[in-house]
Design a protein around this ligand. Structure first.
Ligand SMILES: NC(=O)c1ccc[n+]([C@@H]2O[C@H](COP(=O)([O-])OP(=O)(O)OC[C@H]3O[C@@H](n4cnc5c(N)ncnc54)[C@H](OP(=O)(O)O)[C@@H]3O)[C@@H](O)[C@H]2O)c1
Length: 391
């Protein structure tokens, strides 16, 4: 990739920025390459901008970069404003390549469309249409003042792949759920029930920490909380999340030990979801240990997951990374509530005594509705594949 953009930080598993779809408009390869470049710049916002989208912008004149910008921080300047501010010369007449349609509304920052017009930008090329109805229409506004516009260049599926949480939010009120598991070659997530097992290597572990940084909450089941005793914080991977993810445990009977590591670590609030019939004294103990305890109705396999997601949404949580174990992930999959899968696959074999990654019956169609969002990525001995739902 030109200008060293391939070295930029990016969300785990996001590989080649060039979409596999056909462009909606015919453009020279040069334009598509600059759009790829804008996408890579946008990815620098991982962990810092959500629930806003990651967006990048590059200003170009005669094949020369005048400025690069990206949305760096939630509430901060958008990518286009950042690029205009940094331009090494007057950008009038230059081309702006942006990975999302420039916004048309004044929110926390001025409308990007106005800023591009004011700067006299000659041409705007943008990847995908803004799905946010309040902000959309930037392309039409630019055309109305006779700025040359090419966009959207790519269909909405491309935007959904790059910024799944942001696109999901425009269409659904429930939190976006991604499931992450580390699997052995024979589909196990631990060597034996009750045994904490390191399935993947250090490179995968770092990526798993970076993955957490891009979510508002990280969730586990009660068995994982007991066996692995994780802190669920972001400690590796070089990304400091703008807000430490909320740590959630699903614990029907409020049986979690208040001596658990999750309570010793103060980074990120802790929410424990329990059943309506959970023992009051146990609930009080968890509250004393620092957890916010929410009671929700129960379903056949533990807590009712729709009720859990509704309650999380009411607590302002828009995205959740479910880190297992297998039973909790299986329940989410069976309920059709998983939007994305991050599978870290190790070449290790754990054998038939191991804990299965996907126990129990799964919803019809689970095995056929998915496709790899990006090319699988090698992480030391392991491979990360990101799966998204078809359609
Ligand atoms: N390799 C990996 O990526 C990975 C990741 C995580 C864990 N692990 C390993 O996996 C093992 C634990 O996995 P697991 O499958 O046995 O247990 P799990 O999924 O961690 O926890 C399952 C428990 O969560 C509670 N729960 C509440 N609501 C639920 C619902 N709707 N659906 C499912 N569970 C619900 C239930 O216990 P209550 O009713 O008592 O609340 C249930 O028994 C451990 O050995 C751990 O080391 C591996």
């Amino acid at each position: 990739m030109r200008n060293g953009a391939s070295d930029l930080p990016r969300p785990p598993g996001h590989g080649d920025p060039r979409p596999r779809e056909r462009p909606l408009v015919t453009l020279p390869e040069e334009d598509l390459r600059w759009l790829d470049h804008a996408t890579l710049l946008g990815r620098r916002g991982w962990g810092r901008v959500h629930p806003n989208p990651m967006v990048g912008c590059v200003l170009v004149r005669d094949g020369r970069v005048l400025a690069e910008g990206w949305h760096r921080e939630f509430g901060g300047p958008h990518a286009e404003l950042g690029a205009l501010e940094r331009s090494i010369e007057d950008p009038a007449g230059a081309t702006a390549y942006v990975s999302l349609e420039p916004c048309r509304h004044q929110g926390k920052t001025p409308a990007c469309t106005d800023a591009l017009i004011h700067a006299g930008i000659g041409r705007v090329v943008y990847s995908v249409a803004d799905p946010n109805k309040q902000a959309a229409g930037g392309g039409a506004a630019l055309r109305a003042v006779r700025t040359a516009v090419s966009g959207p260049v790519w269909p909405a599926s491309v935007g959904r792949r790059e910024n799944p949480v942001f696109f999901h939010r425009q269409a659904s009120g429930r939190p976006f759920v991604a499931a992450k598991l580390a699997l052995s070659l024979d589909g196990r997530i631990a060597e034996a029930p009750g045994l904490r097992t390191t399935v993947t290597g250090p490179e995968a572990l770092r990526e798993a920490h970076r993955l957490r940084a891009g979510f508002e909450a990280v969730m586990i089941g009660s068995v994982t909380a007991r066996v692995d005793d994780p802190r669920l914080t972001v400690r590796e991977g070089g990304v400091t999340p703008r807000v430490p993810p909320t740590r959630i445990v699903l614990d029907t009977k409020a049986s979690l030990s208040e001596a658990g590591a999750i309570f010793r670590e103060t980074e990120g609030r802790v929410i424990v979801f329990v059943g309506e019939s959970a023992d009051r004294a146990k609930v009080a103990r968890l509250e004393k240990a620092g957890a916010e305890v929410r009671q929700v109705r129960q379903g056949p396999h533990g807590l009712d997951l729709s009720a859990v997601l509704d309650a999380a949404s009411a607590r302002g949580i828009h995205s959740i990374l479910c880190e297992g174990g297998g039973r909790l992930t299986g329940s989410f999959l069976a309920a059709g509530l998983v939007d994305r899968l991050y599978l870290f696959q190790s070449p290790r074999v754990l054998g038939s005594g191991g804990v299965p990654a996907f126990p129990g019956p799964l919803a019809e169609g689970f095995w056929t509705e998915w496709r790899a969002a990006f090319d699988p990525e090698r992480l030391g001995e392991d491979v990360l594949t990101v799966y998204e739902r078809e359609g």
